[in-house]
Design a protein. Structure first.
Length: 102
């Protein structure tokens, strides 16, 4: 196994471990149920608004959306969205989130 293969394998394993811990802590399935009961057809996980830079990095990783698709199963549409804009003062704004639709 080459060094790059070891690094990629280690990164994937690390991300999967982090994802399982985060998924349980975020109580995502219950939050989705609550949103559905309130009549919503989707749920957002804020990425750019996270204070913790490590969490922001992990949530922004495309592997996270792949793992969410795998974990939630069929019937859910999961996508990473980015919104670039300007506020009324002309200052650039940026928002990113993971969008889960059903």
């Amino acid at each position: 196994m080459t060094l790059i293969d070891e690094i990629k394998s280690s990164q994937k394993e690390s991300h999967e471990k982090w994802f399982e811990r985060w998924y349980k802590k975020a109580n995502l399935e219950n939050n989705i149920r609550i949103s559905a009961e309130k009549g919503y057809t989707g749920f957002r996980i804020q990425v750019s608004d996270q204070y913790d830079s490590y969490l922001r990095l992990r949530l922004g990783n495309k592997e996270t959306t792949s793992l969410l698709k795998e974990k939630l199963g069929d019937g859910f549409s999961i996508a990473f969205r980015e919104i670039h804009g300007e506020n009324f003062l002309g200052i650039k704004t940026y928002k990113s989130f993971i969008q889960i639709l059903w």
